[in-house]
Unconditional design. Structure first.
Length: 238
């Protein structure tokens, strides 16, 4: 990924404070695997089902570990979030839909997961309740995890220096949790719902989070010292 160093005229941006607190650290930019060029169709449904089952098995093992770590650092209430992710992966409706798309419509496992996750996402987004609609990010989290395991992609969170400020378009609860457990000092995101589990985790662990600052704008300050105020939504770079 090419990172431009062109600077904006201002070194200060105003977003929305989502998690209180002030933090200073080197700005790091997080971009995830995009899953481009995934196969859309397959003539071998049993092979695709095996890929789905294997990816779910690995995902469940990861979530058990993440739940235990979360319980240690953030309490049983937050650990229940990742137990809920385990529950969704075990959900008969979710699994049956993936299987149906593979067997009846010739989808690849990757495409079936993407399609099923989109349907669940749309279902949550349509609920006229801010807390429930914020669960959309959990669906994205689960889909990213399963697809990552299917293609053999794994984020090395140790690459992020302790006490850095993470900038990204958005962060799933799993991504944010791992970054905080590795010592991230704060987050500057293009989008974060205050009712999302990403935001709730940040508040529980006392990590400042500012939303509404375009990641494409902050990327030009990668490596600079950043100070964020999770109460006022102010972000400044030096």
């Amino acid at each position: 990924m090419l990172v431009t160093r062109e600077r904006y005229l201002t070194n200060t941006f105003k977003g929305t404070g989502i998690s209180d607190g002030i933090a200073t650290g080197r700005l790091c930019y997080f971009t995830r695997y995009t899953f481009d060029n995934m196969p859309a169709r397959s003539d071998f449904p049993e092979r695709e089902i095996d890929k789905w089952i294997n990816a779910v098995t690995v995902s469940c093992e990861q979530l058990v570990v993440l739940s235990r770590i979360t319980k240690r650092y953030a309490g049983s209430g937050m650990a229940a979030l990742f137990e809920a992710h385990l529950g969704m992966l075990a959900d008969v409706e979710f699994g049956d839909r993936v299987s149906e798309l593979i067997h009846s419509e010739g989808y690849s496992a990757e495409a079936a997961i993407h399609r099923t996750a989109q349907e669940f996402y749309d279902m949550f987004a349509a609920i006229d309740d801010e807390y429930m609609s914020a669960r959309c990010m959990d669906v994205i989290d689960i889909a990213i995890r399963v697809l990552s395991n299917m293609v053999g992609y794994e984020v090395d969170y140790s690459n992020f220096a302790r006490d850095c400020i993470i900038s990204s378009s958005f962060l799933t609860p799993s991504e944010a949790a791992n970054m905080m457990f590795y010592g991230a000092a704060g987050f500057v995101l293009s989008y974060a719902n205050e009712y999302s589990h990403t935001a709730i985790l940040a508040r529980t662990l006392g990590v400042p989070l500012v939303s509404g600052v375009d990641a494409d704008r902050s990327i030009s300050f990668v490596g600079a010292e950043a100070t964020i105020n999770g109460s006022t939504g102010e972000v400044s770079f030096q």
